[in-house]
Structure formats: C-alpha cells, structure tokens
Design a protein around this ligand. Sequence first.
Ligand code: KIV
Length: 263
Amino acid sequence: MTITVRDVRSFKQRGERFTMLTAYDHPTGRILDEVGIPLILVGDSVGNNVLGYETTIPVTMEEMLHHTRAVVRGVKEALVIGDMPFLSFDTSLEESVRNAGRFLKEGGAHAVKLERPSVEVAAAIVDRGIPVMGHIGLGPQSVHAMGGYRVQGRTEEEAERLLDQAGALEKAGIFAIVLEGIPAKVAARITDALSIPTIGIGAGPHCDGQVLVINDLLGLSGGTYPKFAKPYADLRGEIARAVTAFRDEVRSGAFPDAAHSYA
Ligand code: KIV
C-alpha cells in the first residue's frame, strides 16, 4: 500500500478529482492497481455481480474475506477497502469492531466501509485504529426498507437529513464518504459542507471522487444498466464472441492446429 487515508484527504484539499472502483478477484485487483486506480473497494456488490444473489443481503463475512484476500494479493499501491456486509455491523459495538478488524487481520484490507449512517459504530471502529469510509443515500442493503432502489434526498427534509448524517459521520472520524443515489444538487451541498472527500455513484458531477461497479464499467452484466452506470466496454459481448469462436473451431477441426500442438 502506498496510497494512505491521508492521501485520500489531500485529494480534496488539492481539488484533485479521483476514482474508486470495485474489484472482487485477483486479476481485476491487479489491473486496477497497475493502471493507478487509487482506491479499490471489495464491495458487497460481489453478491449480485459475482455470486448470483439477487441482492447484497445474503453476502457473508466469510465470502467478503475470501474475495478481499484475492484482491489484496494483486494490489501493491492502492488502498483496499473491505465492505462490511449486512448485519456484520450495527448489531453490537463489540461485534462491529471485531468484524471490521477481521477485514484488516484476515483479509489484508486497509480500511472498511459501512453502508449505514451508524455514527456510534463508525466512531468505535475508528477508535480502534481502523479507517472507516461512510456510505449514505441509497443503501442497497436496505432495499426492502426503501421499497426498491430509490433515489434518496429528493425533498428538502430528506436532503437535510443526509447533510446531518454526513456531518455526524465526519465528526465520528471517517476519512471519506460514498454518496449513492442522491440528486446532484444535494450531493454538491454535502460535498461543500464536508472537509473529507465525497465519492459519488449516481450522485452527479460535484462529488470529489467517483466510484463505479467494475462489472457495469466493463459491460459484463448485459441487459440494461442503472442510469448512472456507464459501460466503457462490452466485455459480455467480447466473451460471448470468443467462446463461440472456440466452440466453432473445435467443431470444424480448426483448433487445435499445429501451432497449438506439441510435435
Ligand atoms: O458494494 C458496492 O459496490 C458499493 C458501491 C456501489 C459503492 O458499495
């Protein structure tokens, strides 16, 4: 690790816009690290992007630690953040701190992310010397409570609530905060009000940094993508093309040819 939480804070002080991406495995972690993505999030979105769950709710600590270790083994420079899964925190302070510690001790991560405005829990984890990233707005772990994946902060009252949550989490000592599914103007107000960096996903252009789910960025999922997700590639199409070519060449006898066989 050469990127530290101090560097992340200084991105904002210098007005430097920065990126975070999710990674769930070793090769992806390695590529992101090699191209200089400073923050790598082992998101609990591993649940719906890799493990085939419908939501992030079933994801367990053991699954998160397994994927975190794989990513960490591929990373030399970036700060790796482990995403605390549903009910691994916010139950008791003791359990929250213990599970946060497992991300560092057993997973090799450098920080954890809490997908709730849990101020007391964040403070207790920070107090143990574990850097915490906050996450407010649309929290996929609360999909059932929200009645779907709904943009948060559309009314002035809700916007004020988000501002209060962000301010309280900053006071608790978090080093950065994800703003998810929030109107751009509200995200801009929060970004202006905080001295720690905001990292937006579906929160418009005024955040200090931006994060995307790697499967969305690579066009791996197919079908329709959320409004905020921009596929920069069509890897699903490319994978389908490659495996179809392999199948067809085996069927026709074109593969393996002499170049791919031992004499
Ligand atoms: O799990 C995840 O991918 C996340 C990002 C959407 C920030 O929490």
